[in-house]
Design a binder for this molecule. Structure first.
Ligand code: ASP
Length: 332
């Protein structure tokens, strides 16, 4: 039962923010009472159009009072399981040698994190990353070691590339041979899912999962499984994730940079913009150099920015479910 004093404070807060309408992000109910846990309005954001379906799944966790870490894991699993998705999970495109190698990481409100990279033939890399976080003393497992760990944990073995993707890769290989070309990574085929969520307790978590750039060199790992590059969460400040050319994002420790800029007082929007500007300043040639950041602060304010136009993100709150176009620095 609420104490009289607590009830009075709740009444004041309720009046101040107009509790007759559904709460939006940023409208934090500041319940800083004695021993009661803080309450907040949940929100989930994720990169690109595939974020809509992923957010819907994450929302089922959040609306039932579940944790942000469960929400982000469940959310991005939807994208990983979608066999029509060519940039995330086992339906993803292979490297130039025909191997689908998956990268993923996850980070919670206690700054615990787990990651897998260069993982082949296992479904749901995000859950393997979570198992690394929760069941080992390590943060990151890669390649055959990550695969062995996943199998020991009971994860399912999957044959990749799936037949449609294998056919596409064979055609690409033939074409490259005929043109006598050095294999090139495919700049159109990427699109990691990065997801950030705040739960009803005001706690933040994030997840990031990808098959990386199509036709990358065998062994290449991008930003997505690198804590601080593809994803970073600091529950006192905010969280950020990235998509785009991983090599450029790693060079500025992108997601960590965004969170540190928010720590300095920049809004999520400005923090993402400044990180993009830093990437631009470190490169002489911006051809095909698309990098995008998405961020949320501790009050549920959201922001994004990309080098080029075209980046969008999915947003889900109590009363809103929509795609939002990100601001950008230049047109393609
Ligand atoms: N960042 C991913 C990578 O470099 C790809 C992407 O998000 O577009 O592997």
């Amino acid at each position: 039962m609420l104490k009289r004093r607590t009830f009075f404070k709740l009444g004041l807060v309720g009046t101040a923010i107009g509790l007759t309408k559904p709460l939006e992000a940023g409208e934090l109910i500041k319940q800083s009472f004695d021993s009661e846990p803080k309450r907040s309005t949940p929100i989930v954001i994720s990169t690109w159009n595939h974020g809509l379906a992923a957010n819907a799944e994450a929302w089922k966790v959040l609306e039932n009072g579940g944790s942000a870490i469960d929400a982000v894991e469940k959310g991005v699993r939807v994208t990983e399981a979608d066999l029509t998705n060519r940039s995330v999970g086992i339906g993803g495109m292979p490297d130039r040698d025909g191997h689908v190698t998956l990268d993923a990481c996850i980070m919670d409100d206690k700054s615990r994190c787990g990651s897998v990279a260069f993982l082949e033939g296992i479904d749901h890399p995000i859950s393997v990353a979570r198992a690394v976080m929760e069941k080992t003393q390590h943060v990151m497992l890669v390649g055959e070691g990550a695969r062995q760990f996943a199998l020991d944990q009971g994860f399912q073995k999957i044959k990749t590339p799936i037949p449609e993707v294998n056919k596409q890769w064979k055609e690409w290989k033939k074409e490259q041979k005929e043109l006598n070309k050095r294999p090139e990574i495919n700049h159109e085929n990427h699109d990691t899912i990065g997801m950030l969520a705040m739960d009803a307790h005001g706690n933040l978590s994030g997840a990031c999962t990808t098959s990386g750039w199509a036709y990358k060199m065998h062994g290449r790992v991008g930003d997505s499984p690198i804590i601080g590059a593809g994803l970073f969460v600091d529950n006192e400040i905010g969280a950020a994730c990235a998509t785009g050319l991983g090599e450029a994002i790693i060079r500025i420790a992108g997601s960590h940079t965004v969170v540190e800029l928010m720590r300095q007082g920049y809004s999520p929007m400005d923090a993402c913009r400044l990180a993009v500007e830093r990437i631009i300043s470190k490169h002489d040639d911006l051809t095909n150099l698309q990098c995008c950041f998405l961020a949320i602060d501790k009050n549920g304010n959201v922001g994004a920015h990309s080098v080029y136009n075209g980046f969008n993100y999915a947003l889900k709150m109590v009363s809103t479910e929509k795609m939002v176009d990100s601001p950008f620095n230049r047109n393609w």
